[in-house]
Design a protein around this ligand. Sequence first.
Ligand code: FE2
Length: 216
Amino acid sequence: MTLPETYFHLDHLPPIDQQFINEAHNAVYQWPARDHIPNEPVITNSRIPGQKLYRGNAIPTDACTQYGLPVDGERHNSTTKTVYADSNFKNTKFGKDIQSALGRVGSKYLYNMPWSLYDWHQDQGSHECAINFLLTDVPGARTMHRFPTDCLLNYKVSVMEYKLYRPVLMKSKIDHSIINLTDKHRYILTVTLMDTTYDAAKEWLLNYKLDNNSYL
Ligand SMILES: [Fe+2]
């Protein structure tokens, strides 16, 4: 049995410009201001009828540190949140060209701390796909997608292979999860494509070329 396609490597596009790697590693990361609705369970299994996900919106707070670690005494319990920093990658030539052709674009750096699980989720918001760049060499980390089976206890799971610094188009409305079973901080640049589909984005990107080996 072959599992559905969940990602596509954009090998004809260049590796990401160094400035974005530096920016990701030096950024101040933001924890969500609100983890969940008080007295309501945080449910991450999208197969439970009527289930809801409470995510809250991340906001800038003094309780941030460079690596997204909360200050002493602060608790963040939800496993369904991203720890992120804004990126201006969407304002590069590449970002502007995508916006002209495919609509709105967002760009953020995402952070996965050492020895962490980012639990199963589908991305918040309207986008069904994103272009991701892995910005740190973390061989022990894995991004996975899962698919229901006839047995509710079991899922089929596929692993998404990243290539360091290189772009990959990824489906984000299928359950996915990230494990970072290493002692390293892991950073990703994610470029969300809000007004298009995975298939349309893939077709456009495959016909798109960048000069000068740069996204700028
Ligand atoms: Fe996600």
